[in-house]
Design a protein around this ligand. Structure first.
Ligand SMILES: [Zn+2]
Length: 308
């Protein structure tokens, strides 16, 4: 089941959002006694724009054992992990106005994250990593099906250089840029606008001399970080057998992740802290790009791109 705590305007926003999610899932969704339900007498439509959305929504709605809980909040962007999961429906509607698939995919991310977490064992906080990882998978599938081509969130960054933060989501083959409106306080509708933007190459670096046993070339890493710092919306894809070590080194140098510093980035450890493994996926500026390397730089290549 999916339980929704929402009142007044927040409830109206969530119901509007549910209408869009329902269209994309070919499911007539509505709120009934604070639970998401499909309208009486109507099964799933034959050809949903997103079959993943249809199957995941159906699974959650019909599950009598696990209840996902959403509280519609206005004082945040995106959502916030917890029981209940806090989620801003007005924000998601704003995103859907500009990039429909992103508004819907970010909504299912929050629902699926909480649903997954509710079903996991162990202390609540440690469920975040695995639940977030599962949610990213569903987000990518829904995004790709609605857009008609592969879109998988690999990185993200907040550009705070002009005051209020602009969020850049890197879906590997395309960016989604979410900007605050020039007016509006952030808690109401039309506080944000979202747009698709292409990947524009900025710089690339090759770590030719690096080997699995030699230390990474810190000078090259520093140079790459300098480019990222000077271009606050840029992200970096890293290919090659040393990709995971390079990515961690960049995250530490950018001071994005103090945990990696404590855990020796050169070991290439995946993040597995109090929040659970998978917690930083899709949320750092650099990512391991698994696109096969066919050039003469098999060890490591940093490719920095920017929206626009
Ligand atoms: Zn998440």
């Amino acid at each position: 089941m999916i339980q929704v705590v929402a009142e007044g305007e927040a409830r109206a926003h969530f119901e509007e959002l549910l209408g869009i999610v329902g269209e994309c899932a070919a499911l007539p969704l509505r709120l009934k006694a604070d639970k998401i339900a499909t309208a009486k007498g109507s099964g799933p439509g034959p050809e949903p724009p997103s079959s993943t959305l249809q199957s995941r929504m159906t699974e959650m709605i019909t599950d009598q054992r696990i209840t996902a809980t959403l509280e519609i909040a206005t004082s945040l962007t995106f959502g916030l992990f917890g029981r209940p999961q806090r989620f801003n429906a007005a924000f998601a509607l704003d995103v859907a106005d500009g990039v429909r698939e992103a508004g819907v995919a970010l909504t299912i991310h929050e629902m699926w994250e909480n649903y997954t977490a509710q079903g996991l064992p162990g202390p609540w906080a440690t469920r975040f990593g695995p639940a977030h990882q599962a949610a990213l998978g569903v987000e990518a599938a829904v995004m790709s099906e609605l857009a008609g081509h592969a879109l998988d969130r690999v990185a993200s960054v907040q550009d705070k250089s002009a005051g209020r933060a602009v969020t850049v989501l890197d879906y590997h083959w395309q960016y989604v840029v979410i900007s605050p409106a020039s007016s509006g306080a952030g808690a109401t509708r039309n506080s944000y606008s979202a747009a698709r933007q292409d990947r524009r190459p900025l710089r690339s670096f090759t770590l030719a001399g690096a080997t699995m046993t030699d230390p990474l070339n810190q000078e090259t890493i520093t140079e790459a970080v300098k480019i990222l710092t000077a271009n606050p919306r840029a992200t970096a894809g890293i290919t090659g057998e040393l990709a995971s070590r390079i990515r961690n080194q960049i995250a530490v140098t950018l001071k994005e992740d103090y945990y990696l510093q404590e855990k020796e980035p050169e070991l290439g450890l995946e993040k597995e802290d109090a929040k659970g493994k998978g917690a930083d996926l899709g949320d750092l500026r650099s990512f391991v790009d698994s696109t096969p390397v066919t050039n003469d730089a098999p060890h490591g290549q940093i490719i920095i791109t920017i929206p626009g």
